[in-house]
Design a protein around this ligand. Structure first.
Ligand code: C5P
Length: 210
């Protein structure tokens, strides 16, 4: 099971809160797993990426829909949570468009926390053998990602620095990641998202064959 892309949380009938994600890395991983013969369910938020060949795609919008589809895809040997899931959704979504007040005031939006899909999968009764999360950080990339691996209960984390202004990660075809496992941290050379996906799938295959 692979989650990919952003989630869209509706504020009212026409507006929404979204996270930034092209879905390129998650889709590339789903495609690479399928090429290696895995049966893949890709649970994706709204993206422009074409559906990868040989992959069953479940299209979702909100974090709750992504959580439900992810849990429905269990049991699974591997879970790769590459989606940029929004941490918050509206506490009181309006079915009508919220009108702009004439007095110049702005509404206060009350938010509630979304479920953490990665942490939920890690604690699930039928936990996949290998659960891999992503950590997009703008500083202290490795330290934060190591802490996140432990906090969420993931086996591996792929950490990437999204704060670099000279080589933006979002929407780009390239990525520079660290793989964080219980053994420590490996810095991978900068590569295309496709190459990173292939490399990750090699590592997954080795791990499952151990
Ligand atoms: O906490 P943070 O959003 O930085 O964690 C990133 C990792 O957690 C990613 O693997 C992402 O797919 C996953 N995540 C999730 N559900 C959330 C938030 C993050 O699965 N609500």
């Amino acid at each position: 099971l692979v989650t990919s892309g952003p989630t869209h949380e509706p504020i009212d009938a026409v507006r929404y809160i979204a996270n930034h994600s092209s879905g390129k890395q998650g889709h590339a991983i789903a495609a690479a797993l399928a090429r290696e013969g895995a049966t893949v369910t890709l649970i994706s938020g709204p993206v422009d990426e074409p559906p990868p060949r040989g992959v069953a795609v479940v299209s979702v919008r909100t974090a709750r829909e992504m959580e439900a589809a992810s849990l429905a895809a269990l049991p699974s040997d591997i879970a790769v949570c590459a989606a940029a899931v929004g941490d918050f959704s509206m506490a009181n979504e309006s079915s009508q468009k919220i009108k702009k007040p004439d007095d110049g005031s702005a509404p206060t939006l009350a938010l509630k926390q979304n479920p953490d899909i990665l942490a939920t999968i890690c604690q699930h009764q039928v936990r996949p053998r290998l659960v891999i999360g992503f950590a997009a950080e703008t500083q202290n990339v490795v330290d934060y990602a190591m802490a996140k691996r432990l906090r969420k209960g993931a086996d591996w984390m792929l950490a990437n620095d999204v704060g670099k202004t000279d080589s933006p990660v979002f929407g780009s075809d390239h990525n520079m990641v660290h793989l964080i496992t219980e053994m420590g941290n490996e810095a991978w050379p900068e590569a295309s998202k496709q190459e990173i996906a292939d490399h990750l799938v090699d590592r997954i295959a080795k791990e499952l064959n151990r």
